[in-house]
Design a binder for this molecule. Structure first.
Ligand code: NAP
Length: 327
């Protein structure tokens, strides 16, 4: 690696990260607060914010602001979260994966779980089962006012799990492909944005906490029979990456969950019932990723195969500080 100067306490992190991420191409991250100057291929000019490849060229960072030379936030190693004793909110907690996440949160010692659902009566059984540790809240991801009202109600929340999502079967040239996309993206992508905007200030006020987003293996691979769903999960994954960086500034951990086919109504509707694994693997993967400070969670066999194939890309481009460094 070439030389870094600037004398910050983060230099060791940057050096370690550059070695691990670069794979032979030197990368440098430029902050927006006080642009460093690079000699060599760029001349002595300020660089735009972001990652820059500086392959094999001797370079130097000169930086007057010391600690302002800060590595990207997603390179932090200390964003772990334990659910024991915490307050949780889960969208779509009435059935499928969300219901199992709720049960696992309770089993791991969560003090209270807000079940954010469209129909309050759909969690009657869960309230009977868990008593006042389960608090139903009305929330529809397609209705912004319900999301804002839920954020007001759940003002003591430490962990938000945006689990609710929808899938339509639509091939690329289907008559209804645009309608399917508009419906799914409104809930799977815009709904996520609304959740993040409404709950980020609440999490910040409560000390940081964590935000978990249910993405999919379809975030990385499209499927002909539900291509608009895959496009929406790719969009939500990219948004989740940016959210991780932004929320790390307020000490909020973010986890992106990427299940393969899981045994719920959604997988059955998509015709995937013969290849499913139980929802419990997703719940376990979420709380393990939170406890270990990992950004990605790949819960099941198909997910792990995807992660294996995709791992080099994560390592070199997306970044997940907790993934083991390559030899
Ligand atoms: N199952 C899989 O194979 C699989 C794989 C990868 C990722 N995922 C993701 O995992 C998450 C959960 O999936 P699942 O399999 O549990 O799905 P599911 O069984 O179909 O359940 C969907 C949940 O989302 C809720 N929901 C739907 N539209 C909503 C809206 N507009 N506002 C609020 N809630 C809404 C549903 O509530 P209602 O009961 O009111 O309809 C239900 O609780 C989704 O984000 C999905 O994309 C699933």
């Amino acid at each position: 690696m070439d030389r870094l100067s600037g004398g910050t306490r983060h230099t060791a992190v940057i050096e370690e990260t550059l070695k691990r991420r670069s794979g032979g191409i030197l990368l440098a991250y430029v902050t927006s607060t006080a642009p460093p100057f690079a000699s060599g291929p760029f001349g002595n000019t300020p660089l735009p914010r972001g990652w820059h490849g500086i392959g094999g060229v001797m370079h130097q960072w000169e930086h007057g602001a010391g600690d302002d030379l800060f590595p990207p936030n997603h390179l932090r190693h200390d964003m772990t979260f334990q659910v024991d004793g915490k307050v949780v909110l889960i969208t779509g907690a009435n059935r499928g994966i969300g219901r199992v996440i709720l049960n696992e949160a309770i089993a791991r010692g969560a003090a209270k779980v807000y079940t954010a659902v469209r129909r309050l009566e759909s969690v009657d059984e869960l309230v009977q089962q868990h008593g006042d540790r389960v608090v139903p809240v009305a929330l529809d991801l397609s209705k912004p006012e319900t999301i804002e009202a839920a954020a007001d109600t759940a003002s003591d929340v430490d962990l938000v799990v945006n689990n609710a999502g929808v899938l339509k079967n639509a091939t690329p040239l289907a008559d209804d492909v645009v309608d399917c996309w508009l419906y799914e993206s409104n809930i799977n992508v815009v709904g996520l944005m609304r959740m993040a905007k409404a709950f980020a200030p609440v999490l910040k006020a409560n000390g940081g906490g964590a935000f978990v987003q249910l993405n999919s293996v379809a975030s990385m691979q499209s499927f002909t029979d539900f291509c608009t769903y895959a496009a929406s999960k790719a969009a939500s994954y990219l948004y989740t990456q940016a959210l991780r960086d932004e929320l790390s500034q307020q000490e909020t951990a973010v986890v992106s969950v990427h299940p393969g086919p899981i045994d719920t109504d959604m997988a059955h509707d998509a015709g995937l019932q013969d290849m499913t694994e139980p929802p419990q693997v997703v719940a376990d993967a979420i709380f393990d990723a939170l406890a270990e400070g990992r950004f990605h969670a790949f819960p099941d066999k198909m997910a792990r195969q995807t992660a294996e194939a995709y791992g080099g890309y994560i390592d070199a481009v997306v970044g997940d500080a907790s993934l083991p460094a390559k030899a």
